[in-house]
Design a protein around this ligand. Structure first.
Ligand SMILES: Nc1ncnc2c1ncn2[C@@H]1O[C@H](COP(=O)(O)OP(=O)(O)OP(=O)(O)O)[C@@H](O)[C@H]1O
Ligand SMILES: [Mg+2]
Length: 593
């Protein structure tokens, strides 16, 4: 996406969210308008009236109150109503608006990210997604503050100055407008390279953060390979690129600031010259002179701030760019426009002439794959690493879409129902289960958050997780990971199994669900799993063949093709077959019944 498009999308995102809170936005605009006009233009105007009276000798020394009471009262009201009242109101409204918009943007991003498909997540760093989310949310407040407190103030100020001074000193009003326009156009023009440099800088910062997160996540690999220096060098390279990118944006900023200060200096100098010349040639009075100097100072300050604003705006747009780009990504796996009501109940699974190639690969994995699993049938899936076992089950859950053929459950094409509906009918225990950094009971009860503590404990007993949980100081309230307890691979698998036991669905997919357990614990858990599989269609993937020995049918997959299938006994009869070979490897040639 081009930078221009990105900017458009970013501003649209900010606006759409801010416009949801018109109850704060519109009162804010009115209150700001009041504050600017009364505080920055009204107050000096009243002062100029007093000065004029004094300069004209148009007052009574013995009765000062009588002479100045209107101006004084007006001045007091102007000060109190802005400094105390409306300014507080502005801040209160801004906070209310910005806090809500920030929350909404954060939620918008969160929902988008968790709805993006697993391919997207497989290809992006978790750490940099987190930092990009924070940057987008933070960028909004910077952007909004700049627009509200500066750009708006500057525009109102220029118009007010023109209206008040235009009729009195046309030359001044004219030059102020011309110089301000030159200033703004010049700044906008010079900001383009700054913005480009800022976007580069933000991208590079994200890369650096991603690198940091990746290294920290793989800390054990780094240490066990003794690659600390290698990783440090990699990180140094990224950090240096960030430094260079930052340098570039600072240089571009410097060019712009030099131009800006030339123009603002010109404005202040010419204001004073015009004020002085004014007394001689236009017969300008003292009040006008005072207003020229005060108003010009105001505009000067705002203009100078304006380039700061451009910088803030550029930085915001740069910070927002990565995540806004991600927000435009449509999930590759889309739900149908009008999802059918699901017909899944018995669990008849059919793969018909399925073709599939992983998005990053050229070689197809499955070509015209056919597989029919009867309702309630228990299938064991074996095959060498990389033969496509996990991929096959992921297709069933529609984590990826197939390129040809169809996958049907109970006669219904899985693309015709919503993904949520589909997945709610399949219990899936992945090959590398990850647990949330939440309590053990929350982890176990994930499928059914209102499960009672007795239920949770009962389920944990079935998964043989209760034994170790019971020994933890906080038992089921123990936090997992981060600042909580670290679980062993086998313990994690038991919790993951317990978690799936609470989900009731007609189809069960276990991908190496017990691979990290010792044979003895596995046998214990097998019993529970058999109970779980009762009346369900089950696909169980295992490298350890004893795990799937009792299955109704065992399917041997090789490079995406089914090369053998049958019961354990049938497969062993073909002693040239891959299954028999694998079995004899695992049992040391000793074939048991
Ligand atoms: N997200 C992915 N993107 C690209 N290729 C992938 C992806 N996931 C898997 N593959 C490739 O698809 C092939 C099958 O992988 P799969 O994970 O299905 O194998 P597996 O049989 O489950 O292996 P294992 O026993 O090691 O778990 C492999 O060649 C793998 O490199
Ligand atoms: Mg696998």
């Amino acid at each position: 996406m081009s930078d221009k498009n990105l900017t458009k999308h970013t501003i649209k995102l900010y606006l759409n969210h801010a416009l949801k809170y018109k109850v704060f936005l519109f009162p804010l605009i009115i209150s700001m308008l009041f504050t600017i006009l009364v505080r920055d233009y009204g107050q000096p105007y009243i002062q100029s009236l007093i000065l004029q009276k004094i300069s004209d000798g148009n007052y009574d020394v013995n009765n000062l109150w009588q002479s100045f009471n209107v101006e004084l009262v007006a001045y007091v009201i102007a000060v109190l109503s802005t400094d105390i009242a409306s300014w507080r109101l502005n801040i209160w409204l801004v906070w209310n608006l910005e806090m809500r918009v920030m929350r909404d943007i954060a939620i918008r991003v969160f929902k988008h990210l968790i709805n993006l498909d697993s391919d997207f997540h497989a290809n992006s760093f978790g750490g940099s997604l987190v930092s990009q989310t924070n940057k987008l949310v933070g960028s909004y407040i910077r952007f909004a503050d700049s627009i509200i407190f500066n750009l708006f103030t500057l525009t109102v100020g220029l118009i007010a100055t023109l209206l008040i001074l235009g009729p009195r000193v046309p030359l001044f009003a004219f030059s102020l407008v011309v110089l301000s326009i030159i200033f703004i156009i010049g700044n906008v023009y010079l900001s383009k390279p700054v913005r480009a440099a800022n976007i580069k800088q933000a991208n590079q910062e994200s890369k650096q953060t991603g690198q940091l997160a990746d290294s920290i996540a793989n800390i054990m690999a780094i240490k066990s390979f003794a690659k600390e220096d290698f990783e440090s060098k990699r990180y140094y390279r990224e950090a240096t690129k960030t430094k260079d990118a930052t340098h570039q944006s600072m240089v571009k900023t410097m060019y712009r600031e030099t131009f800006s200060s030339s123009i603002t200096s010109l404005i202040t100098i010419s204001a004073l010259i015009i004020a002085v010349v004014g007394t001689r040639y236009f017969g300008a009075d003292i009040a006008t002179l005072f207003l020229i100097v005060t108003y010009t100072t105001q505009i000067g300050i705002r203009l100078w701030d304006f380039q700061h604003v451009l910088r803030q705006v550029n930085r915001s747009l740069g910070d927002a760019s990565d995540m806004v780009r991600i927000l435009q990504i449509e999930p590759k796996i889309a739900d149908p426009q009008n999802p059918e009501k699901t017909a899944i109940n018995r669990g008849l699974i059919e793969f018909k002439d399925v073709d599939f190639t992983h998005s990053e690969n050229n070689e197809p994995l499955f070509q015209s794959l056919n597989l029919r699993i009867k309702p309630g049938e228990k299938i064991g899936l074996v095959g060498h690493s990389g033969s496509g076992k996990t991929s096959l089950t992921k297709l069933l859950l529609r984590f990826s879409d197939i390129d040809g053929g169809e996958i049907r459950i109970d006669g219904q094409d899985i693309r015709n129902i919503s993904q949520k509906e589909l997945r709610s009918h399949i219990t899936y225990v992945p090959q590398e289960p990850l647990l949330f950094h939440r309590s053990l009971s929350e982890n176990i009860a994930y499928a059914r958050p209102n499960a009672s503590s007795q239920e949770i404990e009962g389920i944990a007993k079935l998964a043989h997780a209760h034994e170790f949980i019971d020994k933890l100081p906080d038992k089921y309230n123990t936090l997992v990971g981060e600042r909580g307890v670290k679980l062993s691979g086998g313990q994690k698998q038991r919790v993951a199994i317990a978690r799936s036991l609470l989900k009731n669905s007609p189809i069960l997919v276990l991908d190496e669900a017990t691979s990290a357990l010792d044979s003895e614990s596995e046998i214990l858990i097998q019993e529970s799993l058999w109970k779980l599989m009762e009346n369900k269609t089950a696909i169980v993937i295992a490298h350890r063949l004893s795990t799937i020995q009792k299955m109704d049918r065992i399917i041997v997959l090789h490079e995406g093709k089914i090369i053998e299938e049958g019961t354990h006994k049938e497969l062993l009869k073909n002693n040239k077959g891959q299954y028999a070979k694998l079995w004899s490897h695992q049992t040391g040639g000793y074939i048991t019944e």
